[in-house]
Write a protein that binds this ligand. Structure first.
Ligand code: UFG
Length: 342
């Protein structure tokens, strides 16, 4: 059995990747400080996998604790999900983002170096492409940041590249996520945002349950077919399986790589609204509003490198993403709020 450490493993993408890793025969260990997640997810993961979940409460900033954890479990690779991800919050609280996202990555790599574990899978984002000059976006596009959050992801990519250049025994897989949505088909785990959701799918899901009156569509005058923003929504279980494929490749070949994880197709806001209405069986009310500052018209991946390098491609449709989000949201209208504390 290969032991894998998941920092931020109780969060949205980490918890779904946990399930995919167990299915693939890995033994994941969760490290999370629950600053943007809920301990109730642990019991749900035990329900899904039928096995006890190894989990530790703590921060990636604690080098001594993390290196001891890696040694204790003979961890072979680290999947680093423990980053903050709200663009607007990063503009208001840049130091919070630089500390957790940049310092957190440096400290994690120090702990790995100390413990002799030198394989890292890093959660990057399509935000590193800024406002792209064209679509679809290949990995060769120039990097640009439009927020402290975006800056933090680019900085981490540079830090990882510098380590790879300096230390031949390190290898890393940098995964640039497009727009992760959906939930595990069991309806037991899903996205559980604190407060008002910033992202489209969780907001639509809360309108569908009646928790919010209507969706604000941020702009219908973009140069896209229906005027609303176009994004590459990817089912979180496809994304989770992409991590397994990346980890397999990293451990088998020892070669480092940076790759987009997207579907290669864009969907507009109104397409998402229509697909969600079909999934939940009733209309999702919306109002067209002014553009949201900082938004771009369109963003979708060229997904060919992931297929070539990893033999992985996203399988699930927009209808699947909406059906699984709806199952999770309708069964857990308050997310993990009422789940048992593990
Ligand atoms: N949108 C609405 N109403 C809402 C929320 C979103 O109309 O209430 C629209 C946006 O204008 C955009 C689309 O839905 O056209 C998607 O918006 P999201 O906020 O869900 O996602 P973004 O593409 O803006 O941002 C996401 C991540 C960021 C990441 C970025 C680029 O949230 O962390 O993708 O990868 F930086």
């Amino acid at each position: 059995m290969t032991n894998i450490l998941l920092t931020g493993g109780a969060g949205y993408i980490g918890s779904h990747t946990y399930v995919a890793l167990v299915s693939a025969g890995y033994r994941p260990i969760i490290l999370d400080d629950y600053s943007n997640s809920h301990p109730g997810v642990i019991a749900r993961l035990e329900d899904i996998t039928g096995q006890p979940v190894a989990h530790v409460r703590g921060s990636v900033l604690d080098v001594a604790m993390v290196s001891a954890l890696i040694e204790q479990h003979a961890v072979q690779a680290v999947l680093h999900f423990a980053g903050f991800k709200a663009v607007g919050e990063s503009v208001a609280e840049p130091l919070k983002y630089f500390d957790n996202n940049i310092t957190g990555t440096v400290r994690l790599m120090q702990a790995m170096e100390r413990a002799g574990c030198r394989a890292l899978v890093f959660s990057s984002s399509a935000t590193v492409y800024g406002d792209p000059a064209a679509v679809p976006i290949t990995e060769a596009f120039p990097l640009a940041h439009t927020s402290p959050y975006g800056y933090s992801k680019i900085a981490c990519e540079h830090i990882i590249a510098a380590m790879l250049a300096a230390k031949p025994d390190w290898h890393a897989s940098v995964l640039r996520y497009f727009n992760p949505v959906g939930a595990h088909p069991s309806g037991l785990i899903g996205e559980s945002p604190q407060g008002v959701p910033n992202n489209l799918m969780p907001y639509v899901a809360q309108v569908a349950t009646g928790k919010r009156a209507h969706l604000n569509v941020w702009g219908a005058d973009y140069p896209t077919p229906d005027g609303t923003g176009l994004r590459d929504y990817i089912h979180v279980m496809d994304l989770a399986e992409g991590h397994v494929a990346a980890l397999d490749a990293l451990l088998q070949t020892g070669r480092s790589f940076t790759v987009n994880l997207g579907t290669g197709a864009g969907h507009s806001v109104l397409e998402v609204v229509r697909a969600f209405s079909l999934a939940c069986g009733h209309a999702v009310p919306y109002k067209i509003c002014e553009r949201r500052p900082g938004d771009i018209a369109q963003c979708y991946a060229d997904a060919t490198l992931a297929l070539q390098l990893l033999g992985w491609r996203a399988q699930r449709t927009l209808a699947d993403m909406c059906a699984d989000t709806w199952r999770w949201q309708s069964r857990n209208p308050d997310g993990y709020h009422e789940a048992a504390i593990a």
